[in-house]
Ligand binder design. Structure first.
Ligand code: 5GP
Ligand code: SF4
Ligand code: MG
Length: 460
């Protein structure tokens, strides 16, 4: 998911939030929502699909206020329903509050059960509603204190925005799994999942929210509160490999530079005698350019991507399903015909897309197709907010690399080594050692205890 919040009296905060959400669209395409506080109450608007589908000029004009938060959703827990769209807006003892959350709680089942025993009711199947109920229960304290108490109860990943009628709070979980940064636009303050949203608004980057930190933006300016919880840093390495936009900087590291460095490392680990380097756009492109730079083999655009097909795209009929990849990607014949091709992508999850792409390139006349992946094989599910949570669907969980190569039909297949990847990250920022990153989906080392059993509230 992607979140953005703006504290900006006198500014058109709804419109700024709307533009910011566009820059975060890659983080979620299922639903979009904006909540806005005008000092007295909170209004909100949500819709299914892309930001452009969920909002229009009319809806935006209706929303006036001084503080706003927005959310784009990518569902990890809870199905794709409007009821599950965020921000969640609620009334409690002291007024109104809105919450927008990126991440995934690992003890949501347990916490939801504890709350339900005392009579709490739930309208959604999201773990965010657990947070909302906890915040509402700690109503005897200030909202900052309530948030600190909530942080003791919840486990997992969360980069979260909380808004009252006139204040904005940003919080990042003690491990710092998901990104969150702070920007400034004149006298307005902005919190966003990624710095590319600040750039879009013409805002200046101030800094990243620290793991375990609560930052408040209100009429007194910015205030920072450090939570008592101490935990090892565990930034999701997949944000750098695949999820984040390359024009973002996360925790002081340029995503684009990190991806190019992964591609260069790939070239050092796996040199291949070939004629051209191409990528699976867009997520594989930076690594492919890195590979080309290091190897001296020219990079070319070998596949064109249709940018207008979102996740909400109508599922093709059964007979067209095998062509689904073609709707999104088409080979550029002149770039690959008669050539030995190095094809670079960021990751293989189920292997279905990769297999179709190799086939398309062969049909376009490629003489050889060598598939290189700028991350190690994904063998374990993610419980912290990226949707690879079904182990049996992960091709590398059950097949060897040679079996995967055969399944996708490539002449050769190579995955970046874990050591090479981590060295690349340490090269980007030497004061963050390799242990600062979550690598669980390929190492199996989970930095936060994973949920036990099945959550009966979120099973659908
Ligand atoms: P596959 O060959 O496994 O079907 O598809 C791999 C492609 O899916 C890669 O290009 C990758 O960028 C993309 N992808 C889409 N969603 C995800 C996701 O949630 N996690 C990862 N790691 N890759 C994803
Ligand atoms: Fe990121 Fe993988 Fe860790 Fe999930 S398990 S947070 S995708 S590194
Ligand atoms: Mg991709």
């Amino acid at each position: 998911c992607g979140v953005i919040g703006i504290y900006g009296p006198g500014k058109d905060v709804a419109r700024l939030t709307y533009f910011g959400l566009h820059a975060l669209q890659h983080r979620g395409q299922e639903s979009a929502g904006i909540a806005i506080g005008n000092g007295e109450d909170i209004q909100f608007n949500k819709g299914m699909g892309l930001v452009t589908e969920a909002f229009n000029e009319h809806k935006l004009r209706e929303m006036a206020g001084q503080v706003a938060i927005g959310h784009v959703r990518y569902s990890t827990t809870g199905s794709s329903l409007l009821a599950n769209a965020q921000p969640l807006v609620f009334r409690y003892l002291k007024g109104m509050m809105a919450v927008a959350h990126n991440g995934n709680l690992t003890n949501a089942t347990e916490q939801r059960h504890n709350l339900a025993v005392t009579g709490a009711v739930f309208q959604t199947t999201t773990d965010t509603e657990v947070i909302v109920n906890l915040l509402a229960r700690y109503n005897q304290s200030s909202i900052e204190e309530g948030l600190m108490k909530t942080m003791i109860d919840i486990k997992g990943s969360y980069s979260m925005l909380v808004m009252t009628e006139d204040r904005l709070l940003g919080v990042r979980d003690p491990h710092g799994v998901r990104p969150l940064c702070i920007g400034r636009l004149g006298d307005a303050y902005i919190f966003a999942s990624e710095s590319c949203a600040l750039d879009t608004l013409g805002a200046e980057f101030v800094r990243d929210v620290e793991p375990g930190e609560i930052v408040v933006a209100d009429k007194r300016g910015l205030t920072s509160i450090k939570s008592m919880i101490r935990a090892p840093r565990a930034m999701c390495i997949f944000e750098y490999i695949y999820f984040a936009r390359p024009d973002s900087n996360i925790d002081g590291i340029s995503v684009n530079r990190a991806r190019r460095a992964m591609g260069r490392q790939l070239a050092r680990e796996c040199p291949i005698d070939a004629d051209v380097v191409i990528s699976v756009p867009d997520s594989g492109t930076a690594a492919a350019i890195g590979y080309a730079t290091e190897s001296g083999i020219p990079f070319e655009e070998g596949l064109m991507k249709n940018r207008y097909i979102g996740r909400t795209f109508i599922q093709p009929s059964q007979e067209m399903r095998s062509q689904a990849v073609r709707l999104k990607l088409n080979p550029i014949v002149k770039a690959v015909e008669g050539k030995r091709v190095i094809l670079i992508d960021d990751s293989i999850v189920r292997g279905t897309t990769s297999g179709k792409i190799v086939q398309l390139l062969r049909q376009a006349g490629a003489k050889e197709v060598h598939m290189l992946i700028s991350s190690p094989p994904i063998t374990h599910p993610c419980y912290y907010g990226i949707d690879t949570s079904v182990r049996k669907e992960l091709i590398a969980a059950t097949k060897t690399i040679e079996e995967i190569r055969q399944a996708i039909g490539a002449d050769s297949l190579y995955y970046l080594s874990e050591e090479g990847l981590l060295n690349t990250m340490v090269d980007q920022r030497a004061d963050l050692p390799a242990e600062s990153y979550c690598t669980a989906c390929f190492s199996g080392n989970y930095p936060i205890d994973v949920p036990q059993g099945v959550d009966k509230f979120t099973m659908e």
